[in-house]
Design a protein around this ligand. Structure first.
Ligand code: RB5
Length: 148
């Protein structure tokens, strides 16, 4: 079973806890890098902390959540090796695994309902990378990163 790291800011604490509970019920091991309270905090701190765990192999995949999902996904994507996809629908969650081999999922707690968020998480975690022609494109993303 994969190990999943989760991070959020104050806007998404409740949804993150709901996702963790949902994952544990399915037998996933989870790492929670915070935040742990509803006190106002800065999403880059938690996007970065979660992304580092994926990048260094401590976790297989990551899920990050803030109000819109935008700030925390931008932050996670600054870490080398991270392909963090902001998803608000099931089609995107499926396609970003099939085509982009996304290793992190971002969601907006103020954008989508918790029920949809759990469906998106399930779709993201259960969909494999298709490889083939998509591998060449994902490798090009790494090349851009390596040439900075
Ligand atoms: C916090 O108010 C909010 O800015 C944050 O959760 C997120 O939406 C940023 O992208």
């Amino acid at each position: 079973m994969e190990k999943i790291v989760l991070g959020c800011d104050h806007a998404a604490l409740s949804l993150k806890n709901t996702v963790i509970e949902h994952l544990k019920k399915q037998g996933y091991e989870t790492i929670d890098v915070g935040t742990y309270t509803e006190d106002s905090c800065d999403y880059p701190d938690f996007g970065y902390a979660a992304a580092k765990k994926v990048a260094d192999g401590s976790a297989d995949k990551g899920i990050v959540i803030c109000g819109t999902g935008i700030g925390i996904s931008i932050s996670a994507n600054k870490v080398k090796g991270i392909r963090c996809a902001l998803c608000g629908d099931l089609y995107s969650a499926e396609m970003t695994r099939l085509h982009n081999d996304a290793n992190m999922l971002a969601m907006g707690a103020r954008v989508i309902a918790p029920e949809l968020a759990l469906q998106i998480v399930d779709k993201f975690l259960s969909t494999p990378f298709e490889g083939g022609r998509h591998l060449k494109r994902v490798n090009k993303i790494s090349e851009i990163e390596n040439n900075q």
